[in-house]
Ligand binder design. Structure first.
Ligand code: PEP
Length: 257
């Protein structure tokens, strides 16, 4: 496996709970905290992005722990007449440190284009948090050999010069691997992550090396170690397996040695 100098970047293990979780899930997050405290220290940051309804209670439980809380989306404006929406400053006020933007489910279910994703990411940064910008190709696009072209287009048009490695994380999530149990091979992951690194270097100069690039798509305890040690993979964005404390902790094990 080819290696890069990525181990200077602090990896991020991020859980995306999507539209899952009720008050009773507070027990699961307390269990995760127990596992993190009682195991060897992990050399990664740990983040959970619950639905909006659980942010404040998770933040309360996780204050002074090694787990930070984030959100899954936001509006790009600070406030106003946007029924049902939540702004970045509201999320910062609730204690979030990260916000995921441009997840493929937002891009498809809510028709979010790259320009919208960029505005949301800028709102997150302006509110003092970090944006996790998702990119990824569909199965059809991969089969047509268009993967790198799609990634380049999404990355160029969802990021702006205002972004830096301090305030922005990129997540590569092949759409066909999300929630399907299909995982991209380490070789395919490395090809895309190395390509994203090159694009970041082109766009952000020296700072391009500092951006973390997460892999997401059916990451599980069984495949985490091989995926996380791949070139230019600086952590994981985890959906289903982040809902269970044991499974998410098993993924974090990739950073315990
Ligand atoms: C995700 O929601 O970003 C994701 C990668 O989901 P899963 O891990 O379930 O494939």
């Amino acid at each position: 496996m080819s290696q890069d100098s990525n181990k200077k970047r602090t990896p991020l293990a991020a859980g995306n709970w999507k539209m899952n979780g009720l008050k009773e899930s507070i027990a699961e997050i307390a269990a995760l905290d127990g596992l993190i405290e009682n195991n060897l220290p992990a050399s990664c940051e740990i983040l959970i992005c619950p639905p909006f309804t659980l942010i404040m209670s998770f933040q309360h439980i996780l204050r002074d722990t090694k787990i930070t809380v984030g959100a899954q989306d936001c509006h790009w404006q600070e406030g106003g007449a946007h029924t049902g929406d939540i702004s970045a400053i509201m999320l910062a006020d609730a204690g979030c440190e990260y916000v995921i933007v441009g997840h493929s489910e937002r891009r498809s279910d809510h028709h979010e284009d790259n320009g919208t994703v960029m505005k949301k990411a800028e709102a997150v940064i302006n509110a003092g948090m970090k944006a996790i910008i998702c990119v990824g190709e569909s199965e059809k696009e991969r089969e047509a050999g268009a993967t790198l072209r799609i990634i380049e287009n999404q990355l160029k048009n969802s990021t702006s010069k205002a972004m830096s490695s301090e305030n922005t994380v990129i997540a590569y999530e092949p759409v066909w691997a999300i929630g399907t149990g299909k995982t991209a091979s380490v070789k395919d992951v490395e090809e895309v992550h190395n390509f994203i690194r090159m694009l970041l270097n082109e766009r952000f100069g020296e700072d391009g090396e500092g951006f973390r690039i997460l892999y997401g798509g059916s990451v599980k305890p069984a495949n985490a170690e091989s995926l996380m040690s791949a070139s230019n993979v600086d952590g994981a964005l985890v959906g289903g397996a982040s809902l269970k404390a044991d499974d998410f902790n098993g993924i974090i094990d990739a950073y315990r040695k």
